[in-house]
Design a protein around this ligand. Structure first.
Ligand code: GUN
Ligand code: ZN
Length: 429
């Protein structure tokens, strides 16, 4: 058991922050939060417990990246193309290199280390079609200490020959990996089936992926309604479906564990299908800007009660930083509301809620992660607010500190990252 003394900051509601200025976070031997709140209230109940005084640092819940592509990390920031040509020119060649397990393992080491160093404690990851590379990536996730849901990409048509699978093989290898990894490390590693998107999946593959998600209670991640050319292609391939979302609905891919990347250009009927299934949309604002895909109406989707989370979508987004992703969620929302004279834009507290509580909820893990309450797993980060403040202040209004952390994120500001109480990454604490 250890008691950390610091300024605690968490998301209390979609728009409000919670804080304990002189706070205490008690982490028990099992890696859970045993108590949290004002230091003067907590400490007397735990005499003799080791105290680590982190003041003037702040403790926040670990950040959750709900959509990110491991093999694309080396292909970030390749500007100039929209989705479909970008996949052909930059992304598929990078993914093809994962046929070599050694390449995949090395990439996975860097990927998970960088996520943790940036304060991301949970990531939902696409690997490539390769079974061995995905297995190696799971091994690296396991040893890094990160919480991770991952799956091998599934695609059995319209993909380049080096990355196009046989339908049966794709389903069989996915099931083998799922049986091997789903729930491993006491539930820290989970499987997320990954049929890439409708244009590259046969109806049989989509049906099979949906069935595996149902059978094993595993996540299912895919891309939905991102780009105009993609939408036209889906319409042409599935003329009997009234919408892109209906393609997934008809093939049994929409359930409460479904994570739909992007979801920008959705009709009301599509939103209704998603809501009824209890599926979630993963907002990827950096990627949506980088690939010129559009600006998702975040405020509207939230007001309609859609499940929502936040993802970097590397390499669609140019960085693994969820700080920058939160800032981009605010910026994109402001630009949208200014251009279209819509409702007020989202504030940093709302972006923080998306990256913590709301993403935890999308995973059905709200009783495990996303906050600092007793009973949750001790997934938290130690942050130095001085790094993002030109005046090096430490004790200011929580809204202001959070706003600077987002808009002025600094590589040195995440001083340590803990998952289930285990320190997985640290600067000089
Ligand atoms: N749609 C299908 N595959 C991808 C991908 O790898 N990245 C993005 N952003 N969209 C996709
Ligand atoms: Zn993606």
């Amino acid at each position: 058991m250890i008691l950390y003394r610091a300024h605690l900051l968490w998301s209390a509601s979609p728009t409000q922050l919670g804080e304990a200025a002189d706070g205490a976070l008690l982490v028990d031997a099992t890696g859970r939060i045993g108590a949290s709140g004002p230091f003067e209230q907590i400490a007397p109940h735990h005499p003799g417990v080791e105290i680590q005084d982190l003041r003037p640092l702040w403790i926040l819940p670990g950040l959750i990246d709900l959509h990110v592509h491991l093999p694309q990390y080396e292909a970030v920031a390749m500007d100039g193309l929209e989705l479909l040509p970008w996949l052909e020119v930059h992304i598929f060649p990078a993914e093809a290199r994962f046929a070599n397990v050694g390449v995949a393992r090395q990439a996975a080491k860097c990927f998970f280390a960088d996520l943790l160093a940036l304060g991301t404690t949970t990531a939902v990851v696409y690997s490539t079609i390769h079974q061995a590379a995905t297995d190696a990536a799971f091994q690296e996730a396991e040893s890094s200490g990160i919480r991770c849901a991952m799956g091998k990409v599934m695609m059995d048509r319209h993909a380049p020959p080096a990355l196009c699978e046989d339908t049966e093989t794709s389903l069989q290898q996915s099931e083998e990996l799922l049986q091997q990894w789903h729930g491993k490390a006491d539930g820290r590693l989970l499987y997320a089936l990954a049929p890439r998107f409708a244009p590259m999946c046969s109806p049989e593959l989509m049906r099979g992926a949906g069935a595996l998600s149902d059978k094993y209670d595993a996540y299912l991640q895919t891309h939905l309604s991102e780009n105009a050319q993609e939408l036209a292609w889906v319409k042409q391939l599935f003329p009997d479906c009234a919408s892109y979302t209906e393609v997934y609905h008809r093939h049994g891919m929409l359930n409460a564990r479904t994570l739909l990347g992007h979801g920008i250009h959705l009709e009301a009927t599509e939103r209704a299908l998603i809501r009824e299934a209890g599926a979630s949309i993963v907002h990827c604002p950096s990627s949506n800007a980088f690939l010129q895909s559009g600006v998702m109406p975040l405020k509207q989707w939230r007001e309609e009660g859609l499940g929502l989370g936040l993802g970097t979508d590397v390499a669609g987004g140019p960085t693994l930083s969820m700080w920058q992703e939160m800032a981009m969620a605010c910026t994109a929302s402001k630009l949208r509301s200014a251009l279209l004279h819509e409702q007020a834009a989202v504030a940093p507290a709302e972006a923080f809620h998306l990256a913590t509580r709301s993403s935890a909820q999308a995973l059905g893990l709200q009783s495990r992660i996303g906050g600092l309450e007793p009973g949750l797993d001790a997934d938290f980060i130690v942050v130095d607010p001085r790094c993002s403040d030109p005046a090096r202040r430490t004790e200011e209004a929580a809204e202001l500190v959070l706003s600077r952390l987002l808009y002025r994120a600094d590589p040195r500001m995440v001083r340590a990252t803990y998952v289930r109480g285990r320190r997985c990454s640290a600067l000089d604490l």
